[in-house]
Design a protein around this ligand. Structure first.
Ligand code: FES
Length: 119
């Protein structure tokens, strides 16, 4: 698994950018787009199960996407993550027009996460 406990990383799933957290060995995925002003949550910090937006400090529950602190007031979506062997799959809704599958293995996601995106 490419994400160590206590870490958060960005993955792409069917054109959707996700922030994936490892909390005590369990993986959780939420949208990588802060509902305040579009900050990249996966580039923020993971503190005691909470994701802190790197832009203005809004806080979200890394497991459920529930907003916990201002300035954001709306939750972000959360997605199921299934661990299988050394890899994992994320069940995310596809983005219209994307040719990518709506599940992603970590090896594929790692490559995509390293590529620049225009979002
Ligand atoms: S963009 Fe996330 S707190 Fe402002």
């Amino acid at each position: 698994m490419d994400i160590e406990p206590g870490q958060i990383r960005v993955f792409d799933c069917a054109g959707r950018s996700l922030a994936v957290s490892n909390i005590d060995g369990e993986l959780y995925a939420i949208d990588n787009l802060c509902t305040h002003d579009g900050g990249p949550l996966g580039e923020g910090q993971l503190r005691r199960g909470r994701v802190v937006c790197p832009r203005h400090g809004a806080t979200f529950d890394a497991k459920t996407g529930k907003v916990l602190a201002l300035p954001a007031v709306r939750d972000v979506a959360a997605y199921a993550v299934a661990v299988e062997g050394d890899g994992f799959y994320i069940d995310c809704p596809g983005v219209a027009g994307s040719d990518d599958p709506n599940t992603v293995r970590d090896t594929e996601a790692t490559v995509m996460a390293d590529e620049p995106t225009d979002r």
